[in-house]
Design a protein around this ligand. Sequence first.
Ligand code: TRP
Length: 446
Amino acid sequence: MHGEWSTRLAFILAATGSAVGLGNIWRFPYTTGEYGGGAFVLVYLLCVAGIGIPIMMAEVMLGRRGRQSPINTMRTLASEEGKSPAWQLLGWLGIVAGFTILSFYSVVAGWTLAYVFRTASGVFQGATADGVTSIFGNLVGDPERLLAWHTIFIAMTIVVVSRGVSHGLEKAVRFLMPALFVLLIAMVGYAMNTGYFAAGLEYLFTPDFSKLTTKGVLSAMGQAFFSLSLGMGAIMIYGSYLNHRTSIARTSIVIALMDSLVAIVSAMAIFPIIFANDLDPELGPGMVFKVLPIAFGHMPGGTFFGTLFFVLLVFAAWTSAISLLEPVVAWLVENRGYNRVFASAWAGVVTWLLGVVSLLSLNAWSDYKVFGMGFMGLFDFLATNILLPLGGFLIAIFAGWYLSRASSLDELNMGDRFAYRFWRALIRYVTPIAVGVVFLRAIKVL
Ligand code: TRP
């Protein structure tokens, strides 16, 4: 009953499709700007290497061993190891995180859809920074438009998930991801000619630790989880469709490298344009929508390339969104006996409702603040900086301490050699301690 990816490449493509998305191109640049550049980037990369890759291996491993939705996988594995069934709560935590993330993710994917048509209409031709900023402001200030695009994006996500995540996914990722990457490189080419490329590189790669706050470190770690799709069971469920021959270690490293590369390259395209136009790096969540259109407005063929860029970004968001919905849909199918179509629609509608709260917080409800954040910012903060690291922490503890050594040795299938021991040391000590310390410091317990 439980399917399998057709090839190792199919899994890599699906997991890369999940990882590469708005997190890389929309979220990474503006969060980097919010926390002052280089030092944030460095901490982010350290988190990818020391926390992200070991947890990704753990998630894929647990998924492949459990072969079910994250909730049932955790219950099965805990019982096989003679441990408490309460471990299934980890799956539930992931479901909550998935709903929360997809709800605002879909709103931003909606902006991207809107920008396909904005860009195609040619409004950005010759645009100034002010003009582009006001176009973005008009979109975000209009709840009806946001609602329409959000609804369309959720519907798109439901359609794919209801047919089963592997349909069409391989092709979409295999051709569209490289195309997106090539366009990003072209944007870097444009950025090189702004005269501010060196300033951009310096901003991104010269760490100034005086700018790094505790909250910045928490956000860098959250960003690593978000960008790699970790901590909520998305990668676990993709791992559950993986065959037994594939090397989990090598695959995880490849995916993490590709993901980080896309994030870094998009920041390299964006920041020089920011400096060239005298904009503030603290542009906030509108950053890519306020910056890249300036480039599309001035480069040759900008209307065409800009439209193509946003189309490809929609695809990247789409292949990510389905992985946020899949864990809960798989659970509804397994435990409730729903068919996939009904389960996807049900989960999609719940997410849609939550998304409406997010999109209203950008306009009609913009006066409501919780901890100084609007609802959209709050959902993002809670899910990315709290739920995902918490999920990742528990995954590390389970994989390192509760799953027997024999089980992880068998499942990772890399021999009892240095690489395996290194992973095990990371997942038992380094990863949980690092996540725990950052976390506790952030809530000012330490
Ligand atoms: N990683 C995706 C991105 O960067 C978003 C995403 C998909 C995600 N699935 C996830 C984030 C699971 C956290 C958890 O756009």
